[in-house]
Every structure is written in C-alpha cells, then in structure tokens.
Design a binder for this molecule. Structure first.
Ligand code: ADP
Ligand code: MG
Length: 396
C-alpha cells in the first residue's frame, strides 16, 4: 500500500479543487451565529495555500445532523460568511444545490470566487456513500483534497466516495493531525500521561484500552470514572454510572496493571445535583458520597494529585471534561486540567473532543497547547487503529 500524498508533496496549480473541509462548527442556541470557529480557522492555511497557486476551490462540508433533508438552520451560509472574514478579497458563493446548478456556473468560476456546496448531509446519498452522488459531486473538479480529519472516520460520499473519481490528496490540516497523533502512537516522549474524561464509557472503551498499553499514567475522570469506582466497590450515590460496564472496567484495570500503567481515579469529588442550578456543590471523599447526590466534579485532593503528574509529563493527551462543566459550579476540575496542561511548556500536548473544545474554547493560552485536534470521534478512532477510512481512501 502506498502512502498518502499531501498537497505540498505534489504540484497543484491552475486546477479546480474539491476541498472537503470540516466546517461542522458549534452554533449558538439560536442557530444564527457560530459559537466557536476553531474548525474553520484551522482549514484556512490549506485554502490559502491552494489559492496562492492559482487553483479554484469548491468547498464541501456537513454541518449538524440534518439527516438527508434540507434543514435551513444547518445551511452553510453562516460558514460562508465566516470564511469571508478570513478571505475578504474573495467572493464566497453558496451553491444551493450542486445537483441542479447549471454547468455554466462552474465553467465561469472566477479567480476570486470560492464556491461552497450546500451542506452535504442535506442529501441522502452522503451518508450512504452513494456512488452516483459521489460521482456527481466530483464531476465539477479536477482534484480532490481531504482536509476534514474530524469526519475521516466516516465512510461518507464526500470523504471516501469521491476519491474513486478524482486524484486525491491530503490537506495541510489532515497532515498535521496525522503527524501529531502518529507521534504519540509511535514514539511518545516519556512520561506519557493520558487523561480521559467525559460521560459515556461506551464511547471511550477503545481509547482507554489502547492507552493502557501506551501511557505511563492514565487519569480517568468525569462520569466515566464513576463506573470504575463502582467496580471497585465504592458507593457513588445518585451519580451517572453504567453498572453493566463494571466488569469491563475491572478488566481494563487489570490490563493496566499488566502493562505497568498507573491509573489515577478520583479520591475526592464535588457532589451536588445536576438539575439544581442553585446548589453550589460540596466537596467530599470518594468513599463518602451521599446516597441522594451525584459526583459532578473532581475534588481538590484529586486535582493536586493530577497536577503533580501533569507537571512532570513530557507527552499529554487529554479528551473529555472531568466534570459537569456546563454548570459553573462543576467546571473547576476541567479548568484546572486545562491550566495544568498549558503550564507544562516542556510537554507535547494534544487536546481533542467536541465537548472538551467547547469547555476550553474561549480561554487564554490556547497557543500553548501543541495541538488542538479538530476530531472528537475521529481522534479517538485514530488513536485506536492508527488510521481512518478517509485516510485509507487517499492511498489508492
Ligand atoms: P468529548 O466530546 O470532549 O469527547 P464527552 O462527550 O465524552 O466529551 O463528554 C462530555 C460530557 O460529559 C459533558 O456534557 C459533561 O458534562 C459530561 N460529564 C463529565 N463529567 C461528568 C459527571 N461527573 N457527571 C455528569 N456528567 C459529566
Ligand atoms: Mg461529546
């Protein structure tokens, strides 16, 4: 199998390029503005690189989950407006329906025009990876570039299907994501600390399993930790816990012991009730969680332990908030994680995950992180498998 070629490995000039980006940004609750445009910002270098070489661009992306139907609140118009902010000299034109758009439009695309296909998930063919749909999408371009790491774990038409019809390359962001994540899989500088939080154990099992092999220290926090605590016989009160996964948690802990990975679980916590916004939360030992209360954040003793470990790390991977950060009373642990990681300037640090990025998006010192992965699920799957379908599709 050959390796991927990236856009800076080949000469791309004067072509029309279909660029799959991941513009699946988080929107504000009214759907009228973008909450965090990190994903747009990170693709801009690829767009500029291609434009500089006199290529014409057609951008494609999904936004939200419109499930094969035209759902106006998920229109990419909002994304077009934001791209314009970064490329004021270009006209960013939304193509409402590329299936019916007259051929003339594409023939007459001007040097200073960027076309954007309307949300790929407005079409049922996208998620089905329908060959006819992919072919049509590819038909207006000479070359395909995938810079959408965040969806490269999906076998969608705009990610995998189109590569059957066009010479296909990886973009600069895809390259950066692959290089950064491969480094932690291949030769991470030690000590290597992985911190995994979040809510559901199901979505994190595989990455936890892999981290048991790779990491020197594995910090397990968030609601996820409750299941591990429960598996060790600790009463977790009314906390979110997946009791049917207790045996699995035990197996994982056994694997950690076999691999000499030290697992750090919370020893104290902040308890409360996630529904009651007023109640400020109370710190208690992990063995003393009241029956009617939930564990909603890690406590000061746990943050201190975690802080020491992170301060000494040379490689850090963090995915998943360590508490119910949406409520200000329970976001201290998550904030602490962030500051502990950004404070360790000697370490290579990689942070990813939709909710994790939302938790840190407006913070100072973001530049101190080595890499903010634009992939949530994609990052976890890449760590697990070392590749993704969208990446494999570029190897043909
Ligand atoms: P990411 O999207 O970064 O991978 P997840 O989706 O796995 O993160 O988890 C994020 C969710 O986990 C958040 O909604 C957060 O409130 C929740 N969470 C974390 N810790 C707790 C906890 N102790 N109790 C309840 N929910 C929690
Ligand atoms: Mg999430």
């Amino acid at each position: 199998m050959s390796d991927i070629k990236y856009i800076d490995d080949v000469e791309l000039e004067g072509k029309t390029i279909l660029l799959r980006a991941d513009f699946n940004v988080s929107l504000n609750p009214n759907y009228l503005s973008i909450a965090d445009d990190e994903r747009i910002r990170q693709v801009i270098p690829t767009i500029k690189y291609l434009l500089k070489r006199k290529n014409k661009l057609i951008l494609a992306s999904h936004l939200g989950r419109p499930k094969g139907e035209r759902v106006q609140k998920f229109s990419l118009q909002i994304v077009c407006n934001q791209i314009k902010e970064y490329l004021p000299d270009y006209d960013i034109r939304l193509i409402q329906d590329f299936l019916t758009e007259p051929e003339e439009t594409f023939k007459n695309q001007k040097e200073n025009e960027i076309f954007v296909y309307e949300n790929t998930r407005f079409y049922p063919g996208e998620k089905k990876n329908d060959p006819e749909f992919a072919k049509k999408m590819a038909s207006h371009a000479d070359v395909f570039v995938n810079d959408a790491f965040g969806v490269s774990h999906r076998e969608d038409a705009s990610v995998v299907g189109v590569t059957n019809y066009l010479p296909s390359y990886g973009g600069l962001l895809l390259k950066k994501e692959i290089q950064m994540l491969s480094m932690i899989l291949k030769k991470p500088e030690k000590p290597f600390v992985a911190a995994i939080g979040g809510a559901k154990i199901e979505t994190k099992i595989k990455v936890l399993d892999r981290m048991m092999e790779l990491a020197d220290h594995l910090i397990i926090a968030g609601a996820l930790a409750n299941t591990f605590l429960y598996a060790q016989g600790i009463e977790v009160g009314a906390s979110l816990v997946e009791k049917d996964k207790a045996e699995l948690a035990q197996k994982l802990l056994f694997k950690a012991a076999q691999n000499d990975t030290s697992v750090i679980l919370p020893s104290d916590c902040v308890v409360g009730n996630s529904q009651e916004l007023e109640y400020g939360g109370r710190v208690c030992k992990i063995s003393e969680v009241p029956k009617d209360k939930q564990i909603l954040d890690i406590g000061p003793e746990t943050t201190a332990r975690i802080g020491t470990i992170i301060a000494k790390a040379k490689t850090i991977v963090w995915n998943g908030p360590v508490g119910y950060f949406e409520n200000i009373h329970y976001r201290q642990g998550t904030d602490f994680m962030y500051y502990a990681i950004t404070n360790n300037e000697d370490a290579v640090s990689i942070v990813g995950g939709g909710d994790t990025l939302a938790a840190i998006s407006k913070k100072e010192y973001l530049e101190k992180l080595t890499h903010i992965s634009t992939g949530g699920g994609a990052m976890l799957e890449f760590i697990e498998k070392g590749t993704l379908p969208g990446i494999e599709a570029l190897k043909k």
